[in-house]
Design a protein around this ligand. Structure first.
Ligand SMILES: [Zn+2]
Ligand SMILES: [Zn+2]
Length: 332
């Protein structure tokens, strides 16, 4: 079978390899769809602290079971994979925080993932795909599960105001969920014209001109209640503290460069009671994510706008496919 290997920084090869025999409780999945994540792009450029090379990347995938040693899943089941494997025994796993598992293993980062024709996966990681959800839609269950975890952490409240920094797949999915929750104004800042236009189509208040001035005008000088930062840009991170309102919350949702620093003013955090928080992966939110996708409350077609084959995946890592919100590899 064909598999794409990331052997090191900017070092990709497509190879014909055999697949190991199934272990007890594993299934063999024929990959139908595997999304290119922002973190895969960081891995390609050597900026993802979670990756171990060489690896078959790809952690956002769905497919069909072709062989099963599982008691709960059988041949021909349509499934999506939670790529994050945890021990379920350590301090964090037994206290409802399994995303901090001491033995955290991530399919597509530490073990072979979905940019491949087939992959073996333990059945603990599987979710059945509802009938009205396609393989391509199901491939984004994991990133949307991360978004749901982020929304839980940040205590998103109906009818607040929000600013989303960056209109990639993550920013535009936040946009649609917050729109459904009645967020207004619901502002999006983005430099890429295609992505900005997509935000506009989805009903965002698109930031133009100076960010600070725009937000202050839109919020009657109160500042904004919620900021979702998806760009990894330090200047925007710093500016977030100026434009957030009293008791506002800032969600840091990017794979930040481990060597980057931002200058922040603690006095603002003190005086405005600002909360700055991250969110790490998708603990306990895969099922909610599948339900959300199945509800059709978010328009995924407009976001999953590039279907590519395995030979184009490196171009997607490089950002060489224009007008992309998210590229999804599809095996024909
Ligand atoms: Zn991802
Ligand atoms: Zn654990």
């Amino acid at each position: 079978m064909k598999a794409l290997f990331l052997n090191g920084i900017k070092n990709v090869s497509i190879e014909n390899v055999g697949l190991e025999e199934l272990k007890p409780d594993e299934v063999k999945i024929k990959v139908e769809a595997c999304g290119v994540c922002g973190s895969d792009i960081h891995s390609y450029y050597g900026k993802n602290p979670l990756i171990s090379y060489p690896v078959v990347p790809g952690h956002e995938f769905s497919g069909i079971i072709v062989e099963s040693k599982s008691k709960s899943f059988k041949r021909n089941d349509r499934v999506v994979v939670d790529p994050n494997i945890t021990c379920n025994k350590c301090k964090y796993c037994i206290s409802g925080k399994r995303n901090f598992c001491k033995d955290f293993v991530s399919i597509g980062n530490n073990v072979y993932g979905g940019f491949s024709e087939y992959v073996n996966v333990p059945d603990s990681q599987l979710y059945k795909i509802p009938d009205n959800v396609s393989f391509i839609e199901a491939s984004v269950t994991e990133p949307i599960a991360c978004i749901i975890h982020g929304l839980d952490i940040i205590h998103a409240k109906v009818g607040e105001s929000a600013l989303i920094l960056g209109a990639g797949f993550i920013g535009l999915t936040f946009l649609q969920i917050l729109k459904n929750m009645g967020y207004s104004p619901l502002m999006v800042s983005e430099l890429n014209e295609y992505r900005l236009n997509t935000a506009k189509k989805l009903g965002a208040d698109v930031v133009s001109g100076n960010l600070y001035d725009y937000v202050m005008k839109k919020t009657n000088n109160n500042g904004v209640d919620l900021i979702v930062e998806t760009t990894g840009n330090m200047k925007l991170f710093e500016e977030s503290l100026d434009i957030i309102g009293n008791t506002g919350r800032i969600l840091a949702f990017a794979v930040y460069d481990p060597d980057a620093y931002a200058k922040i003013k603690p006095s603002l955090i003190f005086r405005k009671e600002i909360t700055v928080t991250g969110e790490f992966t998708n603990p306990y939110t895969m099922e909610r994510s599948l339900n959300l996708i199945s509800s059709k409350a978010i328009n995924l077609n407009i976001l999953l706008n590039k279907q590519i084959n395995i030979n184009d995946v490196e171009n997607a890592f490089k950002g060489d496919i224009p007008d992309t919100i998210k590229a999804v590899m599809v095996n024909k």
